[in-house]
Design a protein around this ligand. Structure first.
Ligand code: UD1
Length: 342
């Protein structure tokens, strides 16, 4: 049995990936510092899969602990989610982001090199493309100047990984996620935003359940059909599955380069208003919203060209936008019952 380390494995994307890994027959060990996740997620993962992943609670900035961990454990591959991810916060606290997202990456890669662990999957983001000149966006689109320290950590992270693979036995794949949404069909795991959600879907579900008064749509004067901005929303379970495909490619030595990059999206874009309408239809209720000013740093449109992932990873998003919105809504209702949050 292959043993896979998932850093940040109790977070939103991490927890869904742990479930898919276990169900695909991998033995999983999680490192998570609980800075943006809850310990109860471990039990919820276990109740979905019937298998309790090993769990180590520590901060990857503790370099010695990272090295000790790799010396003690026999690891076949690493999926590295652990990172800070709030764009606005990163603008106010850039050093927190560089320390959390860059130092930890360096420590993990160093420990991997020292202990002959060779397979690494990195969580990157479509944010590296900025406003791309052409849509859909292919992996060869230029990386644009980052709009935030958070975005910059993804660009720098990719470079660190690429440079490391050229001079070591490490093989790396960076997955550039588009907009991950939705929750597990069991409604046992999902996104747990702290405070007021910054992202669209949790804001919508919190509004629908009555925590927020109304959704503010950031701008209806974009050069799109209905004037609202367009994104490629991908179900987190589809995204989780892309990680398994990428990992298998490395474990089976099917990668064509030591460092590879793949877009992970659905290939089609939806405007904010289309999302609102789709949510109303899927859940059979009206959503209160108003149009406000554009949000600083937002781009007009982004959606993925997924040809490369389809061909090389043999992966394609399977779940629909309705699946995404209904699962997010079921999850929100579950949280609201207060059965999940301690
Ligand atoms: C955001 C981040 C991006 C990050 C991604 C990961 C910014 C500027 N970008 O992407 O770097 O990789 O999250 O989760 O924060 N919207 C509203 N009202 C809201 C919230 C959002 O109209 O209350 C709109 C936004 O203007 C945007 C769309 O909904 O057009 C999606 O927003 P969001 O979910 O925050 O994702 P991104 O901004 O695409």
């Amino acid at each position: 049995m292959q043993r896979i380390l998932v850093t940040g494995g109790l977070g939103f994307i991490g927890s869904h990936t742990v479930v898919e890994l276990q169900q695909a027959g991998y033995d999983v060990v999680i490192i998570d510092d609980l800075s943006n996740s809850q310990l109860s997620v471990l039990d919820r993962i276990t109740s979905i899969t019937g298998m309790k992943p090993d769990f180590h609670q520590f901060d990857l900035k503790e370099k010695e602990k990272v090295h000790q961990f790799f010396q003690q454990e026999k690891i076949d591959g690493v999926i590295h989610f652990a990172a800070s991810k709030a764009v606005g916060e990163s603008v106010n606290e850039p050093l927190k982001y560089y320390e959390n997202n860059i130092n930890t990456l360096v420590y993990v890669l160093k420990a991997m090199n020292n202990n002959q662990v060779e397979n690494f999957i990195f969580s990157s983001s479509c944010t590296v493309y900025g406003q791309a000149d052409e849509l859909p966006i292919t992996e060869s689109a230029p990386v644009k100047t980052a709009e935030s320290p958070y975005g910059n950590t993804k660009q720098i992270g990719e470079e660190i990984l690429k440079e490391t693979t050229t001079v070591s036995n490490l093989n790396g794949i960076a997955l550039r996620y588009f907009n991950p949404i939705g929750a597990h069909a069991s409604a046992k795991i999902g996104e747990l935003p702290i405070g007021v959600p910054q992202n669209l879907i949790p804001y919508i579900t919190q509004t629908a359940i009555g925590i927020r008064e109304e959704l503010s749509i950031f701008g209806d004067d974009y050069p799109t059909e209905d004037g609202t901005a367009i994104r490629d929303y991908i179900h987190v379970v589809d995204l989780a599955k892309a990680h398994i495909k990428a990992l298998e490619r490395l474990i089976e030595n099917r990668n064509k380069e030591k460092y590879e990059v793949f877009n992970v999206g659905t290939g089609s874009g939806s405007s904010v208003l289309e999302i609102v309408k789709a949510f109303e239809k899927a859940t059979n209720q009206d959503l209160a919203y108003k149009i406000v000013e554009r949000r600083a740093g937002d781009i007009t449109a982004a959606f993925a060209d997924t040809t490369l992932a389809e061909k090389e990873l043999n992966w394609k998003a399977e779940l629909t936008l309705e699946d995404c919105l209904l699962s997010a809504w079921n999850w929100q209702k579950k949280i609201h019952e207060n059965t999940l949050v301690e």
